[in-house]
Design a protein around this ligand. Structure first.
Ligand SMILES: NC(=O)c1ccc[n+]([C@@H]2O[C@H](COP(=O)([O-])OP(=O)(O)OC[C@H]3O[C@@H](n4cnc5c(N)ncnc54)[C@H](OP(=O)(O)O)[C@@H]3O)[C@@H](O)[C@H]2O)c1
Length: 299
């Protein structure tokens, strides 16, 4: 079993969450090596080692993984299938911990629902990792469910709040608590996992910076801006209908529609608190919702 983890590879460290994961690992004193594609033009922090790799070649990946204790994959959604070669290479190089590119809704509980069908790539890879870990008990794993990327979602508009037009789309009653995590919080969760390797081995962990309802977010935004925001009401039943139609045509942009149903529907019950939350287990401090919203309003 893993005693301590010092040397960590981050895959996809130029990405939305990977950037923050690498930053937090470096800050916490891990020796970070970043894997990046041969043709990537991404730039990286100076205090990390950068290796250009070929995600098709298990042999060359294994040689790049020599001496590493852990691999954290934050690879792009479109590339989650590439993780199978990374798993085989990690086992060949005796890497002791593999954190799979999950970082969203809990894929262990979606079953064969419509959204579960879209998430099959992630589900199959994690099934494969667990199978390999059972065959090789020294090879341990984690998956992290973070819910919505919260600060990122505010910035890119995917949470439905627009600070320029002071407008928002509210689904159903707007009262459903929603699992959300800021990107740096996810980075701190990865640090906490790798800092406590025995305790955290072979676990799927759900975390959340907070679990606000859309109405709670709106109330804070209206208080802070001193203005009433323009609200458009929408239904998650309609979002589900659109999502299923798209899925029937093989259009995977259905994910956003089905996700809205999954997280915002009244009674969805996906909030991560109390014993469902790994925040306490990992020793994570919750983020403050008002502070996060204020930072977004100010930038
Ligand atoms: N919860 C949420 O709201 C939410 C939102 C978005 C994503 N996610 C999940 O979080 C994880 C990471 O997503 P992300 O948005 O942070 O990733 P991203 O920014 O889309 O991509 C991460 C990195 O993956 C690398 N990569 C390797 N193969 C690639 C390929 N074929 N195409 C594109 N990039 C490739 C790239 O790094 P190099 O250029 O250095 O090779 C890229 O910068 C995924 O599992 C995703 O599903 C969750």
């Amino acid at each position: 079993m893993t005693n301590s983890i010092k040397n960590v590879v981050v895959v996809g460290a130029s990405g939305n969450v990977g950037k923050e994961v690498a930053r937090e690992l470096i800050k916490a004193g891990f020796n970070v090596t970043i894997f990046t594609r041969q043709d990537s033009t991404a730039t990286f922090p100076e205090n990390a080692t950068v290796k250009k790799v070929d995600y098709q070649s298990v042999e060359s990946l294994a040689s790049s993984l020599e001496g590493q204790d852990a691999l954290v994959s934050t690879i792009a959604t479109v590339a989650v299938g590439s993780q199978k070669a990374l798993v085989d290479a990690a086992i060949a190089a005796k890497v002791k911990r593999f954190i799979s590119s999950e970082f969203g809704i809990n894929t262990r509980t979606v079953g064969d629902s419509a959204i579960g069908k879209i998430l099959q790539g992630k589900i199959k890879v994690l099934d494969y990792i667990i199978e390999k870990s059972e065959e090789n008990p020294w090879f341990t794993w984690n998956g992290v469910s973070s819910g919505l990327f919260f600060d990122w979602g505010l910035r890119v508009g995917s949470l439905g709040f627009n600070k320029d037009t002071k407008s928002a789309v509210i689904y159903d009653s707007g009262n459903e608590p929603v699992q959300g995590s800021n990107l740096a919080f996810i980075g701190r969760a990865v640090v906490a996992i790798l800092s406590q390797p025995q305790k955290t081995a072979n676990q799927y962990l759900s975390i959340a910076s907070f679990n606000p309802s859309q109405n709670q977010i709106l109330e804070i935004l209206e208080n802070e801006t001193g203005e009433k925001w323009k609200i458009e009401h929408a239904s998650t039943a309609e979002q589900e209908k659109i999502g299923l139609e798209k899925l029937g045509k093989g259009d995977f942009s259905a994910f956003s529609n089905l996700l809205r149903k999954h997280v915002y529907a009244d009674g969805a019950n996906n909030a991560v608190k109390g014993e469902n939350s790994a925040n306490g287990f990992l020793g994570l401090q919750d983020d403050d919702l008002a502070t996060t919203l204020n930072e977004w309003l100010r930038t």
